[in-house]
Design a protein around this ligand. Structure first.
Ligand code: ATP
Ligand code: MG
Length: 183
């Protein structure tokens, strides 16, 4: 799954709309402490359906909304959109009728999160599955947080297995089976 553009609006320190173009190969993000490098990675995880505020270094999910600065008032919403090149049709059924997919998540104060795929309202779960099936996603081992390696070393075997399942792209399958068993 090739990501081609990440756009942030009112997300953490990125108050004005900011585009990050992602080409094939390695992309490096460099800059001084506190300039927002980690926020970029968090935006990527967030648009893929992250539900844990702690993984976003916040107390609550609304903490991702620009909180204001001396010269700028706080925002009422945060939005992140991710453009995916889907020419190879790796997306699951239902998302495969176009060459590009634009996944958008917006959180509004006191309202919560809403997702869209190519401007169409989409359930959080379907967005999470879209990425889980492509072996990426909010919990994907492709995104390594600070402290995550130590966590992995100390993890229980079941939790370590979950990391391997996510890496293999079968996390979505297990989740569907679990839901089917509950029905
Ligand atoms: P380092 O090199 O130290 O890891 P970094 O480039 O990864 O730094 P980040 O941690 O991404 O920096 O960015 C931190 C900045 O984001 C801080 O200045 C913090 O105040 C700002 N920030 C985080 N959340 C918000 C928010 N909700 N509203 C406004 N600014 C925010
Ligand atoms: Mg950082």
């Amino acid at each position: 799954m090739q990501f081609s553009r990440l756009r942030l609006t009112g997300f953490k320190s990125f108050v004005d709309p900011t585009d990050l173009m992602i080409s094939t190969g390695l992309t490096g993000v460099v800059g001084p402490n506190g300039c927002g490098k980690s926020n970029l990675l968090e935006a990527l995880r967030w648009v893929m359906g992250e539900t844990r505020a702690k993984a976003m270094r916040g107390g609550g999910m609304e903490d991702v909304i620009f909180a204001g600065a001396a010269s700028r008032p706080a925002r009422n919403y945060a939005e992140v959109s991710l453009v995916i090149d889907n020419q190879d049709r790796v997306a699951p059924a239902g998302f495969n009728d176009s060459d590009t997919l634009e996944v958008t998540r917006r959180i509004t104060r006191d309202v919560g999160s809403a997702y869209k795929v190519n401007s169409k309202d989409t359930r959080a779960r379907d967005v999470q599955m879209l990425f889980a099936d492509a072996a990426t996603g909010a919990t994907s081992p492709a995104l390594v947080r600070q402290g995550q390696i130590a966590e992995l070393i100390n993890a229980k075997p079941q939790n370590r297995r979950k990391v391997l399942e996510d890496a293999a792209g079968i996390g979505g399958l297990y989740q569907r089976r679990h839901e089917a068993e509950l029905k």
